[in-house]
Design a protein around this ligand. Structure first.
Ligand code: ATP
Ligand code: MG
Length: 341
């Protein structure tokens, strides 16, 4: 059973159901989820309705449905405890859609368009002008996710900050018009705000495939690391290399617990006294140590899929209880509760 006391502050965060999770999610948000699940009542949303906002996924419901289970498994595998945290699929909580319609009335069209993350995604994911109205509404649906359980804190990567800011704005506007009800939630960014991709792109993103997955097997982990983008100007191991902005060193900084080793490697790299291969092999060992236990836990849940489905079903029950309480209060404050059958 979930031990939700009602006395603790709340977290809501989660992931799009657009594929398995990667090490960018880990440092951006998952670590904080695991660390804070004792202190906060934690709700993890798997945003399967949001996934339909992407042109790549709208015609592929099977991929989204499969991603729901895979993302649930990833969250469990890194240490989210289903007896402490609630994990649920967005699509199963219809109260969220009602709230989303209501919140869309509280934000101007121009304000909704003024969102740097949406603009960036249109560009990076090469959507051109082929995005849906639902994509523009993406942040407002997210506002509804967060406010449905009246969350206080939202652990996210840096790219999500504009959406959390919009949430606080809408909460404030709601309170000022209809009466004090929502707390304005705050973001909590992970220790790495935005992990770069294997290809050196500004962000590791599951829809671009420049990722190291949490469930990566040893062979593909090695292969991905060995073919990683490094310093393109360096041809021989004896050439002095660039450490700044070099993804291999960014990953060492993010994941290697042996800070002395990292400092020494950087020093040798800058002097042209170490080859890319050695730096990459050391990174492989570091990531293997982190990922293999996660992979083992993943394997458990993959062979106990009914357990995962049961966790998701229980998550929906708990979340719907909270979301319907929120919706009732919202409707009452808006005088929308007068004509119910
Ligand atoms: P998509 O391309 O489908 O948007 P994504 O890789 O961006 O996939 P999301 O599900 O949108 O993943 O993100 C889930 C959470 O992980 C968010 O809080 C997001 O900020 C964080 N996150 C995702 N990628 C990174 C990254 N590269 N570095 C840090 N945090 C990240
Ligand atoms: Mg994203």
């Amino acid at each position: 059973m979930n031990t939700h006391t009602g006395n603790k502050k709340r977290i809501l965060t989660g992931d799009n159901a657009t594929g398995r999770l990667h090490i960018g999610h880990y440092v951006g948000s998952l670590e904080n989820r695991v660390k804070l699940q004792e202190e906060y009542d934690t709700f993890i949303i798997i945003a399967d309705m949001h996934a339909f906002a992407y042109p790549k996924y709208v015609g592929n419901p099977e991929a989204i449905a499969d991603a729901v289970l895979q993302v649930a498994i990833d969250n469990l595998a890194v240490g989210l405890d289903p007896n402490k945290s609630v994990i649920f699929a967005e699509s199963a909580v219809p109260e969220i859609y009602e709230l989303s319609t209501i919140f869309s009335m509280l934000v101007s069209h121009n304000r909704a368009l003024r969102n740097p993350t949406l603009k960036e995604e249109i560009k990076v994911k090469e959507m051109g002008d082929n995005y849906s109205l639902g994509f523009i509404n993406f942040p407002i649906l997210q506002v509804a996710d967060i406010l449905s359980v009246r969350a206080d804190l939202v652990p996210v990567g840096e790219d999500q900050l504009p959406h959390v800011e919009l949430t606080a704005e809408i909460a404030k506007r709601f309170n000022s018009i209809y009466g004090e009800f929502f707390t304005e939630p705050k973001p909590l960014v992970g220790r790495v705000k935005r992990l770069v991709g294997l290809d050196g792109a500004a962000k590791m993103t599951k829809t671009l495939g420049n990722t190291i997955y949490l469930g990566e097997d040893e062979k593909s982990l090695k292969q991905k690391i060995m073919s990683m983008y490094t310093d393109p100007t360096r041809i021989h191991p004896t050439d002095p290399g660039n450490v700044e902005g070099n993804p291999v060193f960014i990953y060492h900084d993010a994941f290697n617990p042996d800070k002395e080793e990292v400092a020494e490697l950087k020093d040798r790299y800058k002097k042209g006294a170490v080859g890319d291969v050695e730096v990459k092999e050391k990174l492989f060992i570091v990531l293997k140590d982190i990922l293999m236990p996660i992979r083992e836990k993943r394997a458990y849940y993959e062979t106990h899929i009914d357990e995962v489905k049961d966790i998701l079903n229980r998550g929906v029950i708990t979340t719907r209880d909270e979301a319907s309480e929120t919706l009732d209060k919202v409707k009452s404050l808006m005088k929308l509760d007068k004509f119910r059958i």
